[in-house]
Design a protein around this ligand. Structure first.
Ligand code: ADP
Ligand code: ZN
Length: 216
């Protein structure tokens, strides 16, 4: 199964992608995580991507297209994959088509701008394993310490209030048109993002099960 997860920044793509990955046993990749990793490692890709990311803009298409091409072509994606945060523009979707990969399902997690802003201000990321938390909705057991690996948490630079507004604008202008792109192909399923992570997870898993049943 080849899956794409869409949604505004902070809609909960990362959480849902980890969840689906565990339940269906298919690898998930987040272009955001790959890019943050590249910045941390100080690679050329990271240096090119950093200023775009910090200001809340998209990284140029050719950079992300190349890293996704490499990932999808790798052995572990033989039996399927989940893309979290890619494609994020029409040219990226066209590049994916040109790679000859068949997409089964595009899940769009729908959350209002108002809720997004509220969520991002409380988001915290683990400096060790990259796990995502929220001070209100998904707190860690011990303050500022990752439940999974014990490393400390930080706030992403691009979660600053002004940057969040810019990312939302970019989402509506450049990424959201992909809904029409995939809806025309008959691949799109929209899921309402709920307040509780478990409720969104249930809706997402139901959408995937429905898709699988329809194929039998
Ligand atoms: P979010 O979905 O919360 O914005 P991500 O971790 O998915 O977080 O992305 C963080 C940033 O990484 C984006 O704002 C953008 O600058 C960059 N990025 C991630 N994926 C892409 C992509 N497919 N195309 C261009 N830029 C990307
Ligand atoms: Zn951790």
């Amino acid at each position: 199964m080849n899956l794409i997860l869409m949604g505004a920044p902070g809609a909960g793509k990362g959480t849902q992608s980890a969840n689906i990955s565990a339940k269906w046993n298919i690898p998930a990749v987040s272009t955001g995580d790959l890019l943050r990793g590249a910045i941390k490692d100080g690679t050329e890709l990271g240096m090119k991507a950093k200023s775009f990311m910090d200001s809340g803009n998209l990284v140029p298409d050719e950079l992300v297209i190349n890293i996704i091409k490499e990932y999808i072509g790798s052995d572990k994606c033989k039996n399927g994959f989940i893309l979290d945060g890619f494609p994020r523009s029409i040219p990226q979707a066209e590049a994916l088509d040109a790679m000859g990969v068949k997409i089964d399902l595009v899940l769009s997690i729908e959350v209002s701008d108002e809720k997004i802003i509220e969520r991002m201000s409380g988001r915290r990321i683990c400096s060790g394993c990259g796990a995502s938390y929220h001070i209100l909705y998904k707190p860690t057991k011990a303050e500022n310490i990752c439940d999974a690996c014990g490393a400390s948490l930080y706030t992403r630079a691009d979660d600053a209030a002004e940057t969040v507004l810019n990312r939302l604008e970019t989402y509506h202008a450049i990424t959201e048109p992909l809904k029409e792109y995939y809806s025309k192909k008959g691949n799109l399923v929209c899921v309402t993002g709920r307040e509780k992570v478990e409720d969104t997870s249930a809706a997402v898993l139901e959408a995937i099960s429905k898709y699988e049943a329809s194929k039998k």
